[in-house]
Write a protein that binds this ligand. Structure first.
Ligand code: SF4
Length: 332
């Protein structure tokens, strides 16, 4: 039985691509690449497992966060409409898939790409470029658009029946919706695949961070996904939780090098000042941000707990430090 390594985001196109090949009796190992920018990976992992069990293929999650971070800072082929370096990202995934294919002795790679669907990364010349960069030109099959592309090695040698592949192109997804119905695929996430880098607001935060911080790390990226973000000066940001989930994430991600501020006598947000040089002024500013978004906003003062290093103390916050709070917000 031919063995295919499939790039698998869990979005509609990659699901259809995999099912198209499964229906030809091809064994599939689907690779999900965790770049750190998928929406709600834990939910997505549950979904991916459900699909793989239902349709009968193997699933492997590969963490490429660190490798992707390097690409994100300086993509050779630039960004798309937002901060999405799609061409570099696809090349990275294909290289990983190629290595995995060689490691397990699989026969070819499949992707869910559709010709002409995305202006940056899903064009004929870009497919050629990626194949050249990855060095396995004839071994990357795109089942959804295969009839519009030259036959690949697995089609030519009869591993894959070309006549049962598709000739889909363009941005409209009507044909994919019909195919999903035909395949009994009724439970799929947003077709865009949920990459945060295509989100304009998230991209703005990321761009701002890359501008001010040269040594961005994975924790910085995780923090970008939560809370309201404020820039006080070149080296200082304040992050304010918007809800209990944000507050819990801030607690999880904080280190002893950060200033952490929590309301003590009212309901309100957890506030993080990442890797800050502590000063009374900064603490009072962070405390007043906490107050501004708390239930005690209209009081004269609220009491907050401030943690820094191994120290912990109470501070009485007031609004005098946050009069211009909106001015500091990182937003479009
Ligand atoms: S949308 Fe995101 S995950 Fe998909 S190719 Fe582009 S950068 Fe990579």
């Amino acid at each position: 039985m031919p063995h295919c390594i499939a790039l698998f985001s869990g979005g509609l196109d990659s699901c259809l691509s995999v099912i198209t090949l499964l229906r030809q009796g091809i064994r599939i190992t689907a690779l999900y690449f965790n770049t750190s920018f998928g929406c709600g990976l834990s939910n997505r992992e549950d979904y991916l497992k459900r699909v793989s069990e239902r349709f009968g293929f193997d699933l492997k999650v590969i963490d490429v966060s660190e490798e992707f971070l390097g690409i994100l800072k300086n993509p050779a082929y630039g960004y798309g409409k937002n901060m999405n370096p799609c061409v570099d990202c696809k090349i990275m995934m294909l290289k990983n898939a190629r290595d995995y294919m060689n490691q397990v002795g699989a026969d070819f790679i499949a992707t869910g790409e559709v010709l002409g669907q995305r202006p940056m990364s899903q064009q004929r010349h870009i497919f050629n470029l990626m194949e050249k960069k990855v060095g396995i030109k004839d071994y990357i099959l795109r089942p959804l658009s295969a009839l519009l592309l030259p036959p690949t090695h697995p089609e030519r040698v009869g591993m894959v029946d070309r006549e049962k592949l598709h000739g889909i192109s363009g941005r409209k997804r009507i044909q994919q919706f019909h195919l999903a119905k035909e395949y009994g695929l009724d439970d799929y996430p947003n077709p865009s695949g949920g990459c945060l880098l295509t989100d304009p607001n998230f991209s703005l935060r990321l761009k701002e961070l890359l501008l001010y911080k040269k040594d961005v790390n994975i924790r910085d990226l995780r923090l970008l996904k939560i809370g309201r973000h404020f820039r006080l000066n070149d080296g200082t940001k304040i992050i304010v939780g918007r809800n209990q989930d944000d507050n819990a994430h801030i607690m999880d991600l904080h280190t002893t090098a950060d200033i952490l501020i929590m309301p003590y006598d009212v309901e309100g947000p957890t506030v993080l000042i990442p890797k800050a040089d502590i000063s009374d002024d900064l603490i009072m500013t962070g405390a007043s941000f906490c107050m501004f978004y708390s239930d005690g906003k209209d009081r004269d003062t609220i009491r907050v707990i401030v943690k820094y290093g191994n120290e912990e103390r109470f501070v009485d916050a007031n609004q005098s430090y946050s009069l211009d709070i909106q001015k500091y917000m990182i937003k479009r």
